[in-house]
Design a binder for this molecule. Structure first.
Ligand SMILES: [Fe+2]
Length: 288
């Protein structure tokens, strides 16, 4: 039971050109236009990891969790249904759009967003061709990266992700008005973090992290962000818990993306810690 990694994320975006510039010029992702106006983005061997859908409003339409086996997928669906969560077996047409073999969807009772569980991602037989000269992304068994969501009920949400979705706590950070719990489902330090929705808006994505294979990718990316006038929200720095060296920018949809390198991984001797600051150094808040 439980999920194995973050697989994909899709967004409705009102500023497609600005989004294209961000994902292609800064992050070097490879666009794969779908033919219906949407653009899938490839960052590794998978067909795609991100999708932009042109819209008159901005939202995160879905996050997709990968599950390694059919048996585990079915067990996770059963666990959700035992909690009275309505889970839908999705159509072959949606499987084809997502490029997966089998797909379920549900509305998370804690975050309130649409989530999908899938098995069997399509991989490409050709090499990833980045839009700029980057070394690529750290994905594989670690998945796409991590997402951080604001929730109303932090302890109930953590319990749900532990008991139904198969996550385990990595550590805790409480600082200023913030209270955050970090959770893993594979060796990536956290695939999901949950923050008490005070001051943040419950149910909203705070940020999505993607992790580069080299610090230089992040450094050059930071220069590009500054040159292009994209808002930097948190200056470069290193996190206290996962040791990620990163910076945060504001996407054209409002939520943030973290571009990082060097996150440490959870091993068998991992010990849960409680921190009173999210950074070892740097990571000064800039704001809009
Ligand atoms: Fe992060």
């Amino acid at each position: 039971m439980g999920v194995d990694s973050l697989g994909y994320v899709a967004f409705n975006v009102s500023k497609l050109d600005e989004w294209r510039a961000l994902l292609e010029k800064v992050f070097g992702m490879e666009p794969r236009p779908r033919g219906d106006g949407a653009i899938d983005y490839r960052i590794d061997s998978y067909h795609h990891r991100l999708t932009l859908v042109p819209s008159d409003s901005d939202s995160v339409t879905v996050i997709g969790w990968e599950v390694a086996t059919v048996a585990k997928l079915e067990a996770t669906v059963d666990a959700l249904r035992k909690r009275q969560v309505v889970v839908t077996a999705e159509t072959a047409a949606l499987c084809d759009e997502r490029k997966v073999k089998q797909l379920y969807s549900f509305t998370c009772p804690m975050i309130g967003n649409r989530q999908e569980l899938y098995f069997g991602p399509l991989v490409s037989n050709t090499p990833f061709t980045p839009s700029r000269g980057i070394s690529g992304y750290k994905t594989g068994a670690l998945g796409l990266g991590h997402v951080v969501y604001w929730v109303d009920d932090l302890s109930a949400s953590v319990k749900f992700y532990e008991e139904v979705m198969g996550f385990a706590v990595s550590d805790y950070i409480a600082w200023d008005d913030n209270d955050a719990v970090f959770l893993h489902c594979n060796p990536r330090h956290h695939t999901l973090a949950l923050m008490k929705a005070d001051p943040g808006p419950a149910g909203e994505l705070m940020h999505l992290l993607v992790e580069a294979q080299s610090l230089d990718d992040v450094g050059y990316g930071y220069d590009l962000v500054r040159d292009m006038g994209i808002p930097v929200m948190i200056e470069p720095g290193k996190h206290s818990n996962d040791h990620m060296q990163s910076f945060y920018l504001q996407t054209p949809s409002g939520f943030w993306m973290e571009y990082g390198f060097g996150g440490r991984e959870i091993g068998p001797d991992w010990e849960i810690r409680n921190y009173d600051a999210p950074m070892l150094w740097g990571h000064r808040f800039v704001g809009a």
